[in-house]
Design a binder for this molecule. Sequence first.
Ligand code: HH2
Length: 282
Amino acid sequence: MTAHVTPRQTAPAIWAGLTLDRPRVMAVLNVTPDSFSDGGRVDAATAIAAGLAMRAEGADIVDVGGESTRPGAAPTPPDIERARVLPVIRALAAAGVLVSVDTRHAATMAAALDAGAAIVNDISGLTHDPDAAALVAARRCPVILMHMRGTPATMMALARYDDVAAEVAAELTVLIQAAGRAGIAHAAIAIDPGFGFAKHPPHSLALLRGLSALTALGFPIVAGVSRKGFIRATGGEPDPTRNFPGSIAAGLFALSQGASVLRVHDVRETVQAVRVWHALIG
Ligand code: HH2
């Protein structure tokens, strides 16, 4: 992989209207029956109440998703995905919540933006749907480009790296360049290492350790370490819902390595930890 963009010395001070002078917390709101860590929330009223509670607990962004992307997951038809997420996005946005939509499908992105979502979060880095990049460019919305290889169904067979941080940085660079060619402004872009996506636990650990390879690209970094398999494997707690201690250990480490946004399930606890961490680093 030889492509590269000219590194910017520092990430921008503002992304998605949020100043990045302090860490930001993105709350995970899965409206799915089968997400690995918190599935089973498909009822709109329950999901809306959960999203409002996350905002009250201090979340800066609520990330609404209607398709589980756990390893081996079967794809969700986009019309079912939309039926799950749109009522939730509409209600949260109407209540003033900054909403991102976690989707790989351009039609879902468009409908979610129409319903009031402000940010597109695409685990495929705008590669899954050929219409996605043009849509994001036309809407001029902030976007999270996440790294993975293959699809959730195939990704773990593609988890082979010599230098995971360098290879992820190079592959993210290709995504950034494609987004730029589609007309997406650099200021709209945040990048995400994609912990657990086409990465076995040792890869995720090495990637987190080597996060500076990504910060060197000069884009805000979103880190989704919460309840991921490498936390469960490393900390020895198989129950995803009991993985906050390991998740926050990795989350604070990610912040110290230059991440700007933590994508998390345990909002209240994370907000408290991040505030203390931020006060200490001054
Ligand atoms: N992880 C998941 C889903 N979307 N988006 C970004 N930007 N970064 C991530 O690390 C990320 C993501 C998977 O976690 P979760 O939503 O909890 O589970 P599931 O895919 O089973 O719904």
